[in-house]
Design a protein around this ligand. Structure first.
Ligand SMILES: C[S@@+](CC[C@H](N)C(=O)[O-])C[C@H]1O[C@@H](n2cnc3c(N)ncnc32)[C@H](O)[C@@H]1O
Length: 353
């Protein structure tokens, strides 16, 4: 557990997670003491993970381009978290309401309209703010304001909140009675990759086996709380060629450190990137295999990626390995989610008697 809250009145606040994935966002809310009642997603493997780690919540398989049936069953929900993926969403020219890309957003508004939660938090990529020259963001805020919400938004970098990862995401928060106050970022205690994962081995560890070495940092101790052994630490077996190329890249380096004839072997600008041991990791992605461990000649394991996302070791990922990487890379880092949840509680608790 990541420092559970002690205020038992928090359990009165119920949360619904839309597009819940594995449930990083939900997990942070649970850790802050909220009660996550259900998560919706159409990815069955992600839902397996969600259910395993949120045994008291319903994991509901549903295509959210369609309104949620029996939505009135969730009228007691206080907070809706998660938001429609807005990439591809368009308001320009024709705002065609039958356009498939707009269905997710419409269904999301439909949910808010019917539940009328005290608050919602939508997470998205920062580019959401720039899309269509800012008009998309303006339209979203106008729609939500028309429903009675006071909406504010901010881009947060997870590394400024105790997560060992430079991950920037925008959070739009709507509340019925006041504006949300965002947590204040700090660069005082930045956690780096080495702090986060140096206690995990180069080789695979069978699920449930014990740790190969004692924790070396406070962060590692925090991640191990409640853990019953290591899970999801299966090292990828690369070809000898891949291993010999990445071996040429120093800690924190990338394809530019390779001999000229090898620089173009992967046609992406993040090719052959090795994490820097002394810095937070770059954004954990959904498994493109271009980021390598700062020391070992392989990509990070699911567990190492989960650590860099601030999932504790007790949070176990289900499904195929490719799906596990996707689930981890998609998630809101639980420690950041918990920080947001605590701020939200501070504001909402005024209404709880
Ligand atoms: C960014 S991820 C959410 C991650 C989650 N908030 C977390 O913290 O773990 C977006 C999720 O939306 C889901 N999704 C996308 N389109 C969907 C749809 N039409 N219906 C249901 N879920 C959908 C994906 O399967 C994915 O799990």
């Amino acid at each position: 557990m990541l420092m559970p809250e002690e205020d038992s009145s928090l359990t009165k606040l119920k949360v619904l997670d839309l597009f819940c994935g594995a449930g990083g966002f939900s997990f942070g809310f649970e850790e802050a003491g909220f009660d996550v009642v259900a998560g919706f997603d159409f990815d069955k493997e992600a839902l397996l993970t969600f259910q395993h780690n949120h045994p008291n919540a319903q994991a509901i398989h549903h295509d959210l381009s369609q309104p949620i049936p029996n939505i009135e069953n969730f009228k007691n929900v206080d907070v809706v978290i998660g938001g429609p993926p807005c990439q591809g969403f368009s308001i320009s020219g024709k705002r065609d309401s039958t356009d498939e890309r707009n269905q997710l957003y419409k269904a999301y508004l439909h949910t808010l309209e019917h539940i009328q939660p005290k608050a919602f938090i939508m997470e998205n990529v920062p580019n959401l703010l720039a899309m269509e020259g800012g008009l998309l963001k303006d339209q979203i805020i106008a729609d939500l304001s028309a429903m009675g919400y006071l909406v504010t938004y901010q881009i947060l970098n997870a590394s400024h909140f105790g997560v060992p990862q430079n991950r920037r995401r925008v959070f739009l928060v709507g509340m019925q009675d006041s504006y949300f106050t965002f947590p204040i970022p700090t660069t005082n205690d930045i956690i780096n990759c080495c702090d986060a994962i140096s206690d995990l081995s180069d080789s695979s560890i069978d699920d449930g086996d014990s740790y190969p070495m004692p924790p070396a940092t406070e962060y590692q101790r925090l991640m191990r709380q409640q853990s019953k052994g290591i899970f999801n630490h299966e090292a990828t077996k690369h070809t000898d060629k891949t291993k010999s190329i990445i071996a040429l890249v120093p800690d924190g380096g990338n394809y530019k450190d390779l001999p000229l004839d090898l620089q173009g072997t992967r046609k992406v600008n993040i090719a052959w990137t090795r994490y820097a041991s002394g810095k937070p990791s770059p954004t954990i992605d959904t498994g493109h295999n271009h980021h390598f461990h700062y020391q070992y000649n392989r990509v990070p394991t699911v567990r190492e990626s989960a650590r860099l996302q601030s999932f504790p070791d007790s949070f176990i990922f289900k499904g195929k390995k490719t799906s596990q990487y996707r689930q981890v890379g998609n998630a809101v880092p639980p420690i950041l989610a918990k920080t947001l949840a605590r701020n939200l509680y501070t504001i909402l608790k005024k209404d709880i008697v």
